[in-house]
Design a protein. Sequence first.
Length: 98
Amino acid sequence: MSDTLCGQVSKMSGMTFADLIMSVLPFPLHKDLSGGDVTPCGSGGTAFGMVCSFSIPIITIVALILLLIFVKLLDIIFFWMPFFQICLPLPKFSAKES
């Protein structure tokens, strides 16, 4: 876990479920959340958690794989189109009557 996320978790650890419920109630029963300042945990420097939190979402990887599959399938399907145009020409008809 990164030091910034650790600070966020430690800030929220003092809150109870009742505090969360009171924060969404209407005017007479509403009570604001008191989070205070967020101070990062740790002693400074580059933490291992901060390096690991920078990643590509899994949906991006899955979308890329599906895109490559569709492109390959379309390549297989439409690869033969030029051969049909060259090897199987349609007969030409003329407008003149014989």
